[in-house]
Design a protein around this ligand. Structure first.
Ligand code: GDP
Length: 311
């Protein structure tokens, strides 16, 4: 049987990594466990930005420049909505809206998010399995110097500028892993934590009771790719957020956050000098280029990762 790879994923960083991975291993052997802490209700619709970023990317539909939404998108509905509502700061393209309409109608009929996500991804031609971390709603809220903000108000409306003092995953303590999540970790031949924001993309996944423990217990090797390169996030607020929450903004700090379950940590050449300190945490350090600037770099990173997992 082909070996099975399970990937814990946020949005853009994870999607980039997955694009390379499915060129190195068979796409149908990959299971993605996605963050739903960023989900929101908008105009009566349930929107799942991270799941959709991963889905559109694996379906070959993603907009390569923006990193979110679909390519060749139009925004006529949003333009028309502006005549009725001021709540139009969250960009929703016309094609993207079809996903949210379909998803919301199935959720209202009582289907769990995992089943809805399966139907969305299959309909769009995705061969990998995409699972939400939980079928229960979990929502990321941030205590900031501009007050308590839900994730998208912080991230999109306020451009991720407010200083984050604390993070809360509302609903997580009552949530359970979605059907298939614990099995995907326990039965995998390899588990990868994608280069995603450790606080707000991977953090919500670990807030769901049982998931982190499953990572500690799995017989499969667990590897993470650093989202922090040379003390900075490649994209987004990960570095600032780590600093304001009292961590170092460094690859080593990310390895340290994951040290209870990690066997291998992949860090960028820019952070080579941290590799000994990473190994002192009790894991193997692999140094390679991790900037996924194009498909060759994405594929090369996926190759290195898969090699590190078998060696
Ligand atoms: P979001 O929910 O869309 O913000 O997605 P993620 O959390 O998956 O992605 C954001 C994280 O991915 C940031 O911390 C980035 O530093 C990281 N990231 C994005 N592109 C790259 C890349 O090319 N290489 C590495 N190593 N990290 C990346």
């Amino acid at each position: 049987m082909a070996s099975r790879t399970t990937v814990l994923a946020g949005g853009i960083g994870a999607a980039r990594f997955l694009e390379g991975l499915v060129r190195v291993v068979a796409a149908d052997t990959v299971t993605v466990i996605g963050n739903t802490g960023d989900d929101l209700e908008l105009h009566g619709l349930t929107v799942c930005p991270d799941l959709d970023t991963v889905t559109y990317t694996l379906a070959g539909l993603a907009d390569p420049a923006r990193g979110w939404g679909q390519a060749n998108e139009s925004f006529h509905t949003l333009d028309a909505l502006r005549r009725f509502s001021k709540e139009t700061w969250f960009q929703l393209g016309d094609r993207d809206l079809a996903t949210h309409l379909f998803r919301t109608s199935l959720l209202r009929r009582g289907f769990p998010l995992s089943e809805v996500t399966r139907r969305v991804s299959r309909s769009l031609g995705v061969e990998s399995t995409i699972l939400p971390m939980s079928d229960h709603p979990v929502r990321t809220w941030l205590e900031t110097d501009s007050g308590r903000l839900d994730f998208q108000t912080y991230f999109v409306k306020n451009g991720a500028k407010p200083v984050v003092r604390a993070v809360e995953f509302v609903g997580a303590d009552q949530a359970a892993p979605a059907s298939g999540v614990l099995e995907a970790i326990a039965q995998a031949d390899a588990v990868i934590v994608a280069p995603s924001n450790p606080i707000i993309s991977v953090g919500p996944i670990f807030a769901v009771p049982g998931i982190r423990e499953a990572l500690r217990k799995t017989a499969a090797p667990v590897l993470a790719v650093s989202p922090i390169v040379g003390g900075r996030a490649v994209k987004g607020p990960a570095a600032e957020m780590m600093t304001s929450l009292g961590y170092d903004a460094s690859a080593l700090a990310v390895a340290s956050l994951y040290k209870d379950f990690l066997n291998v940590f992949v860090l960028d050449e820019a952070d080579r000098e941290s590799s000994a300190a990473v190994e002192e945490l009790g894991m193997r350090a692999v140094v390679c280029p991790t900037l996924m600037t194009g498909m060759p770099q994405k594929e090369a990173l996926a190759h290195t990762v898969m090699e590190a997992l078998v060696s």
